[in-house]
Design a protein around this ligand. Structure first.
Ligand SMILES: O=P(O)(O)OC[C@H]1O[C@H](OP(=O)(O)OP(=O)(O)O)[C@H](O)[C@@H]1O
Ligand SMILES: NC(=O)CC[C@H](N)C(=O)O
Ligand SMILES: [Mg+2]
Length: 505
């Protein structure tokens, strides 16, 4: 669930891209990068492993010159966490092309072969994003003329859509031409367009979430439509076209549950409002199904921080006090998007601590947005008990997660999911709670749809095992499970570290 940014301005864009990446940091903590185009049509690139503030230092800002650029924060879902797979990616032919990608391709193996055999292009890493860039480059090159106009660009995007499968929101820059943004035919991953007037001229920006536009003073124009491409020339002409057959908005529902920031709007949905509705539905379900224990609950406590708004609404519905019983260490990042289970497990204890007076002698209802591997809930429950809680109840604003994700969330195997092949009672026993309740999928969908009734369908595959692109086979799932479980990832990690081509200390 990476974060992407593209800005086409009339003065230096490095600071705005940096600021935008800082507010998109919650979408990827493993690597960061910025590329700009300078006055002499050269790309200026800086990317490395780490957080934005560590990767992009003053000395890099000085070299990131130019009035147009792209930015990326990475949460790996393919290949490894190695710097060789950090973004933006670059190819020199045709013209010089660079790209940032949020999502995950599901036909990478086939693409790699096709690229090598038909296009005679070699990709050195295991990154699906680098493949995507090369596919786009190949289709631009096939047009075979010097000055590409908007129709040529859109034709290349059409051909790209036909080749690639999966989830993708991308922004690319083509030397001598402009910036191109496009989104997969289902709009699984988010992408918005914004603009800003500077000295009477319009500057444009693309970003994963509207919060990035807010941070740098761009006003929201609209979401990029599923399957649509928007091409803005370096001299400011904007063109757009639907480039996919049968495009239909079916956004990833997990963006609203967990990934996006509450102050963002995605596909016409206020993420904050959707989370409040999730709390409303879940609160009502608890009131209905837990009448036997309702009176016993003394306090509602969120598991910071994504669930805060949900828990507050549940407290209102149940007419119970809401207390921030856990304190979050602001210097520790998000646990779920860390790369290995050991790191994830260690981070929970570093990140959260109890205020024991909020637990001592009380029956507490803990609320989280979701339970995925159970890493957080297992430890949180233990901490609540150690702080003196009498009974611990737990509510999850998302339903049971039982299936892998293939579109840009790194959940490649069912086996690692705590709800896989388990009943609610078995999960309750495992995480050590007295009672556990999950949101119904219909309620979760309704919570989001209340903000935009035009969304007819979602990618909710992690709950249902039904993949919106309709082309995910059991063989494919078995393959990624073998390739991307924690053990094999570690092995790939050490191999990939040696694949760095643009080596910089
Ligand atoms: O069951 P698990 O595998 O632990 O995954 C689910 C947990 O991970 C996420 O929190 P995270 O710490 O990533 O971020 P947050 O601070 O935004 O809640 C999510 O909000 C849940 O708390
Ligand atoms: N989370 C993402 O969007 C990841 C993008 C891409 N698949 C990568 O692994 O770099
Ligand atoms: Mg959390």
């Amino acid at each position: 669930m990476c974060g992407i940014v593209g800005i086409l301005g009339h003065s230096s864009v490095n600071q705005s891209i940096y600021d935008a990446l800082i507010v998109l940091q919650h979408r990827g903590q493993d690597a960061a990068g910025i590329v700009t185009v300078d006055e002499e049509d050269r790309f200026r690139l800086r990317k490395a492993n780490g957080l934005v503030s560590d990767v992009i230092q003053q000395k890099h800002m000085l070299r990131l010159q130019g009035n147009a650029g792209l930015g990326h924060v990475r949460y790996p879902t393919a290949g490894s966490s190695s710097v060789s797979e950090a973004q933006p990616f670059y190819v020199n032919y045709p013209y010089g092309l660079t790209l940032v990608h949020n999502g995950n391709l599901t036909n990478s193996e086939e693409l790699k072969q096709k690229l090598f055999q038909s296009a005679r292009r070699h990709v050195n890493t295991n990154s699906d994003s680098e493949l995507l860039l090369n596919i786009l480059a190949y289709h631009l090159e096939q047009i075979n003329k010097y000055d590409l106009d908007e129709d040529d660009i859109f034709y290349a995007i059409q051909r790209t859509h036909k080749d690639i499968r999966g989830g993708y929101a991308c922004v690319a820059m083509l030397i001598g031409h402009g910036m191109i943004a496009f989104r997969d035919p289902f709009g699984i991953r988010p992408l918005v367009l914004g603009k800003r007037e500077e000295k009477g001229k319009t500057e444009y920006m693309f970003a994963s979430e509207t919060v990035a536009l807010d941070a740098v003073g761009f006003e929201f124009v609209r979401d990029v439509n599923p399957g649509e491409a928007i091409y803005i020339t370096f001299d400011g002409q904007l063109y757009s076209k639907q480039c996919a057959d049968n495009a239909k908005l079916s956004p990833c529902i997990f963006e609203f549950v967990y990934f996006a920031r509450p102050d963002s709007y995605i596909d016409g949905v206020s993420v904050y409002a959707a989370r409040v509705h999730m709390g409303e539905f879940l609160g009502k379900k608890i009131a209905q199904e837990w009448s036997d224990v309702l009176d016993e609950i003394d306090v509602i406590i969120p598991v910071p921080e994504t669930s805060n708004d949900i828990a507050l609404r549940i407290a209102n519905i149940l007419n119970k006090p809401y207390r921030q019983g856990f304190v979050k260490n602001r210097y520790v990042g998000r646990t779920f998007i860390m790369p290995g289970q050991t790191q994830r497990r260690n981070s929970v204890r570093r990140k959260l601590n109890t205020i024991s007076s909020e637990f001592k002698g009380k029956n507490v209802l803990l609320v989280d947005d979701s339970i995925v591997r159970g890493t957080t809930s297992e430890q949180i429950v233990e901490m609540a008990r150690a702080a003196g809680a009498k009974k611990v109840y737990f509510a999850s604003a998302a339903p049971e997660i039982r299936y892998p994700n293939v579109y840009g969330i790194d959940m490649p195997t069912s086996q690692e999911l705590i709800a896989y092949n388990r009943t609610t009672e078995e999960i309750a026993n495992l995480i050590g709670v007295d009672k556990l309740i999950f949101q119904d999928l219909s309620a979760l969908e309704e919570a989001v749809r209340q903000e935009n009734s035009a969304i007819e369908s979602f990618d909710a595959s992690v709950f249902t095992g039904e993949y919106i692109t309709g082309d995910i086979t059991t063989e494919y799932l078995d393959k990624i499970a073998a390739l991307r479980n924690d053990g094999s990832k570690k092995k790939q990690e050490s191999e990939a570290t040696n694949l760095e081509i643009y080596s910089e200390a």
